[in-house]
Structures are given as C-alpha cells and as structure tokens.
Design a protein around this ligand. Structure first.
Ligand SMILES: [Zn+2]
Length: 347
C-alpha cells in the first residue's frame, strides 16, 4: 500500500486527468495537522467526477503548512481520470468494491480492504467521499446511518440528505462501521456552485472539534430514504428522447428534471416502440427483490408510474445507465418507524 506523508511537489498544479503522472490508483496521502485525529477524504473513485479534486486543491492551497486537523486523502481511479471516464473497460466500479455485506474477490477489493483496515487503525474523525452526477440534481449528502453525528456531518454540506443502505461495497458504507461518513454529490462535473459548496463544506468541517452538536440541525433535518433502484433490463435496447432503429424503449426527454420532486402516479418515464410489450424497467428493493410491479405499468405503450414517488439521480447518460442504473426511488423517512422492515411492508 502506498502512503505518502507529504504532497509531491507540483501536485496541486495538476488537473484530475494529469494526476496519474505522479500518483498511482489507490494512493493515500497523510498530511499532519494541529489536531492529530484525521479527516478522511476520498476522491475520484469515478474518474470523470472531478469536483472533489478541484475543491481540495483550493482548500489545500489555503491551509498548506497549517492544517487545523490531519487529513488522509484517498485517490481513486486515476487511470480512468486520465481519460475523463467513470471507469475503464474491464475495470470494476471502485465504489462497489469496499468491504461490505458481500465478499467481492478482485484485485481492487483486496486493495480497498487493506486501505480500510489501515485507515480504521488511525481512528478517523469523519469520512467524506466526493462525487458528481450526470443528471440535474440538487447537491445532496448521502448517509448510511441515521445517528445524530451522521446527520450533522451531512447537514454541513446540504439540507438535502438521503439515507441509503445499498448498493453494497461503497466507501461511505464501509467506513460507517467505525466513523461518521458521508457521500457528497456536488452536481454535474465542472459546475461552479458545486465546487464552491464543497470548498465551504471542507472549510467548515476542518475546524469542528466534534460532530455531536452542530447547532440546531439534527432534530429538524428531513431525511429521504432510498428504498429501491431502477434499472433498464440489460437485454432491452433503449435510447433517450428520440427513437432509433434498434430501440425498444425510448426514455422521456429531460427526465432528469424530475429529480427530487414528488411525482404523481401516471407520470411517464418513456414509451415502448410499436410492436414491443415487455416492461423495460426493473425495480429492486434494498435486498434485491423485484418490486417492479408495484411501481411501473404500461398503458398505451407508455411506461408510467403506478404510484406517487420521488426519484433521485435520474441520469441522461446512456453509459451511466448501462454501467449503473437509471435512477433511485425515495420517500421521506418516517422517524417514528425507523426499521427497513416497515418501509418494505408499505411499499
Ligand atoms: Zn460517483
């Protein structure tokens, strides 16, 4: 494992697609600050999501030599970043290979298990994993546990907080077992407001002595619960907005405008090309059960919602849909009924 204890000269002048010139995938840099207990920051697990690195450069330039708290910076998929891709063909998604419920056996998972162990032994103060997404979404924070420390950490980034327990093997999920951890989604890559918000978040977080009382947030924050994932069946050819010769399913144009809005039943997600009847979507709950029939219906070739739901992370990228999913479905978290079981029964 690669742990550096200072920034290589010139590193802060590099763009995300140049980092591979100085660093390998999975490099850790441990920088000493005034408070010993480190903040862990994960960047570029997806190579084309560059806001984290852009924000960290600004942040480090402000604090160089006088960090209020130690940092451990994890650099993810720099080979994919080199080509401005989420991941390279043949690579696993790094953010599905961290220690989780299921044991994944590949080179990446082995590396990430070692890193997790090493960082755990340093007793991190908190962990943040920085991402962008490919559709229009508010900037939001995702957490895997609903304790005040997790909610406080997320609140420092955004008022929009989601709770999720799948997919398995994500970084914030792995670290949630030993420190407050959050995934932050800073909007689309390259947007100035996402960068600004991330820098502000880092600036606020680095000065905090603890996460127990961030004034006035925990009790009032509304948390949204992700209860299912919507994918397009792998054998169904699809397009976005316009019919093409081989497509069976055409996704509604600008579907991502619905992100984080409560949609009424009957809302169309797209339509089936004449001659096709098969439901193109597959909805699975947090334990992988097929619940498509509860949520989608076909009427006059139109694929519509069967009940009111709030989608998140609808993407307009065909590649992202194939590699990951079309979107997630959410509902406001009911604090008086915290168990997953309850949510499943009512779905
Ligand atoms: Zn990502």
């Amino acid at each position: 494992m690669n742990i550096l204890t200072k920034l290589p000269d010139g590193l802060l002048n590099l763009k995300a697609n140049e980092l591979h010139q100085m660093l390998n995938d999975h490099t850790l840099i441990h920088l000493q600050g005034i408070i010993d207990r480190p903040l862990f920051i994960s960047l570029l697990q997806h190579g084309n999501e560059t806001t984290g690195w852009e924000a960290l450069k600004v942040f480090l330039n402000n604090y160089i030599g006088k960090l209020p708290r130690s940092l451990i910076i994890y650099f993810g998929n720099l080979e994919a970043a080199r080509y401005n891709l989420r991941l390279l063909d043949g690579q696993p998604d790094f953010n599905r290979c961290w220690p989780g419920q299921y044991q994944i056996k590949n080179e990446t998972a082995m590396q990430l298990a070692k890193i997790t162990q090493a960082v755990q032994s340093m007793n991190p103060f908190a962990s943040i994993d920085i991402h962008n997404n490919t559709g229009r979404n508010p900037h939001y924070a995702g957490i895997n546990k609903l304790t005040p420390q997790f909610i406080n950490l997320a609140s420092l980034f955004s008022d929009t907080i989601i709770h999720f327990t799948s997919p398995d093997g994500i970084q914030s999920g792995a670290f949630a077992s030993f420190c407050p951890s959050v995934t932050i989604e800073c909007g689309m890559t390259g947007t100035a407001d996402g960068l600004e918000q991330t820098i502000t978040f880092l600036n606020n977080l680095i000065h905090l002595p603890n996460l127990n009382d961030v004034p006035g947030v925990a009790e009032h924050q509304e948390v949204l619960n992700i209860f299912s994932t919507v994918k397009i069946k792998p054998d169904i050819p699809f397009t976005i907005a316009e019919e093409t010769p081989n497509a069976q399913f055409v996704i509604e144009k600008d579907l991502d405008r619905h992100n984080f809005h409560m949609l009424p039943k009957g809302t169309p997600f797209g339509y089936l090309v004449q001659g096709y009847q098969e439901m193109p979507l597959i909805v699975t709950d947090q334990i992988g059960q097929d619940i498509t029939d509860h949520y989608f219906d076909i009427q006059n070739q139109s694929v519509i919602l069967k009940q009111n739901v709030m989608p998140a992370m609808i993407t307009q990228s065909e590649r992202a849909i194939k590699l990951d999913c079309l979107c997630y479905l959410m509902r406001p978290f009911k604090r008086e009924h915290k168990s997953e079981q309850f949510l499943r029964k009512t779905s």
